[in-house]
Design a protein around this ligand. Structure first.
Ligand code: MN
Ligand code: MN
Length: 291
């Protein structure tokens, strides 16, 4: 962090100082448990470097990042081979941002990073719900004998939140036992986003954590990820979901599972950047409307 220069190194348009910011970005470069095809630890660094290829203005929302105060606080310095310690550090950073009344936006890393941020948010907001966009249910109790894994992350979140608080969309992969378990504990919409509008109406006014595993997108538009699953959302579908969710009281959010080395064309990184811009604009404009 000693070499971090906010003005020079930050994501495009995200150069506000922490104290002035409405939202604070940080990178969580962890890919400890994605042993098959690693690379997500490079996501935040590559996204920053490529962020000058996109505009701060969104024609979709007619909003400009330049009109909002966003701080990019850099990447966490996470230890290799110690996911429990990494989660503690993620929780600590998330807690500091929440305590200052700001929106944390975390860039993974593999999806396990979400658990650290949800721990912090659940402590501040006991009534926390989650909207979870993903190709995978991520509800296994353990994966390769590990309790802390990208494949178990939502099960660990459920242990914090309880039944009926996790709302999954776009799911198209999971073990039989995992999917059977899901039926009585979480709300799962397979394959697409149908019902998201109803969920948004039900959750109005409640604190919501939005986690976007970018592999919910179709691999055609998002090839740079460790476990691509055919039959996913289009970018326009995802944008619609983000805009719907932006009307909610989103108290924290994350984007995860971009693995830049798996897509030399750079399409996936560009898609992740555009998703990040639209997410920030949707959530921050929603916050401003509610104030
Ligand atoms: Mn996931
Ligand atoms: Mn996934």
């Amino acid at each position: 962090m000693s070499t971090w220069d906010r003005e020079a190194d930050a994501f495009l348009g995200c150069t506000a100082a922490f104290d002035d910011a409405q939202a604070v970005i940080f990178g969580a470069p962890l890919d400890a448990t994605t042993s098959y095809r690693p690379g997500t630890r490079q996501a935040s660094r590559v996204m920053r470097a490529e962020s000058y290829s996109i505009e701060t203005y969104s024609p979709y929302q007619d909003l400009d990042l330049a009109d909002f105060a966003v701080c990019d606080s850099g990447d966490l310095d996470l230890p290799f081979g110690n996911p429990a310690r990494a989660l503690d550090l993620i929780e600590e950073r998330s807690r500091a941002i929440l305590a200052a009344g700001k929106l944390p936006l975390m860039i993974g890393g593999e999806h396990l990073v979400t658990l650290g941020a949800v721990r912090a948010a659940a402590r501040v907001f006991p009534d926390l719900h989650m909207i979870h966009l993903d190709a995978h249910a991520d509800l296994r109790d353990s994966y390769q004998d590990e309790k802390l894994s990208h494949a178990t992350v939502m099960r660990r979140c459920w242990e914090l939140l309880g039944d009926g608080r996790i709302h999954q969309f776009g799911i198209r992969s999971g073990e039989r036992e995992e999917i059977a378990w899901a039926k009585t504990h979480v709300r799962t919409r397979f394959f697409d986003l149908e019902g998201l509008g109803d969920t948004v109406r039900q959750l109005a006014g409640r604190p919501v954590y939005l986690t976007i595993d970018l592999d919910v997108l179709d691999p055609a538009v998002f090839p740079g990820t460790g476990t691509p699953e055919a039959g996913g959302l289009s970018f326009t579908d995802l944008l619609g979901a983000i805009r719907l969710a932006g009307s909610l009281n989103i108290v924290a959010c994350d984007l995860n599972e971009l693995s830049p080395p798996l897509d030399p064309s750079g399409i996936a990184t560009a898609t992740a950047l555009k998703t990040m811009r639209e997410l920030l604009l949707a959530v921050l404009s929603g916050r401003t409307r509610r104030l």
